[in-house]
Ligand binder design. Sequence first.
Ligand code: NAD
Ligand code: UGA
Length: 464
Amino acid sequence: MKVTKICCIGAGYVGGPTMSVIAQKCPDIKVTVVDINQTRIDAWNDPDLSNLPVYEPGLDKVVAEARGRNLFFSTDVIKAIEESEMIFISVNTPTKTYGEGKGMAADLKWVELCARQIATASKEDKIVVEKSTLPVRTAQAVKDILVNTGNGLKFQILSNPEFLAEGTAIEDLESPDRVLIGGDDTPEGKIAIQALVDIYARWVPKDRILTTNVWSSELSKLTANAFLAQRVSSINALSELCEVTGADVSEVAKAIGTDSRIGSKFLKASVGFGGSCFQKDILNMVYICRSYQLNEVADYWEQVIKMNDHQKARFAKKIIKSLYNTVSGKKITFLGWAFKKDTNDTRESAAIYVADHLLSEQAKICVYDPKVNQEKVYADLEYLNTRSSDENRRHVKVMNDPYEACKDSHAIAILTEWDEFKTYDWEKIYQNMLKPATLFDGRNILSKEEMTKIGFRFYAIGKP
Ligand code: NAD
Ligand code: UGA
């Protein structure tokens, strides 16, 4: 079966870049990305590519090449479903904020809505692809809805989780370590799997396209994120031990990372991992385990989150302690608000939680991030509901110039590892600060030797 028309429901951080790359690599396939959010779709259609709703290095070029040729962004969900043979579901699946499973389970209401829309709009058989990260066995629910409301049509459900990381999405999509496709072991299931394999095989080597049953595919996605987050929590746990023993966490990471069984990636100690997925997916896995009474398994994975919360709180407490146990009324500058470099995404960023902690101690915070605007910073703080919107706006300022942001501050905290922070004139920044001037490097990007030579009091994660 040759697919010629694809649609993707959800034009977010995954749907947008993923479909842009598919459209770029397959000029003969019409790819339509739909979303209910008109502002987001307008931004995807903006002639000025610097206004795309997702910032990703290289994305603008891919969109420029394919948009209007075979890549389209629209809010007409029904029409796109109707005309496509294959429909990707790439909507948000955040942690539930209400009812049963609140704070743990994934909220699947948007996925269910997609399934119902697909059932209503379809006039022919369809292949439905789960691109969103979903709890294992969700395909069963999607199928159930489609079969019961889909006018007697046949639907094949595939699981094709996405492994891209933000900031490197285009690279990851162009040369993925692997593409995973789960489907039914039936003749129809195999045809559907092959149709999707054929799309990726245009640019991904065949031995990197793995096919499994649906449940393995769904669970592999949660597992991959759990393992990755666990590495960060493991090295962060060690960073605290390093600080009290005189060991250096970067040296320890290098020493263990050269063991090929351990590997060198994902061993950077930090102020804590953020992002929309690690915490959400682990909590979801913990919830699933508990629902099967696998309490020891649940406790094991939950510890990864507890360690991460501890690391963020520990960083905030270190700032307070170093500033003579009070930050009340003191200006503390945050360099970085995004959850990692090269993205404008701030979901679950460590910066939000460190700021919240310091604001509760009455600090004045000034934020500079190269890609995050003022309203996003306020929205992130308001979402926590710790204090009024008015208070957040009074105590937090967002600046467009890093040197202005650092002026007259008692301390600077680096929350995101943006490359530009390394190239600043730190001498000049130091001169314009109150003394003693303290620098808290939550990403280990600056040299202690150089900074202390300038005059800074310097703290880095896991360093003597
Ligand atoms: P996102 O919030 O950026 O985008 C989701 C989009 O779906 C939103 O724009 C929303 O308006 C839209 N939407 C929701 N319901 C809709 C409906 N019924 N019809 C049309 N549009 C609808 O989310 P994201 O970061 O792109 O993540 C999407 C999924 O991919 C999640 O399950 C996530 O866990 C997974 N994932 C994310 C990443 C990542 O790096 N962000 C990586 C891999 C997997
Ligand atoms: C992560 C995974 O890497 C992707 O494979 C996955 O597709 C995605 O989640 C998802 O499902 O959403 P992402 O969250 O975009 O991608 O970014 P990562 O590079 O994994 O970083 C996550 C967080 O961990 C960031 O806050 C980062 O700064 C932190 N981190 C990462 C560290 O503190 N140390 C490290 O060594 C690596």
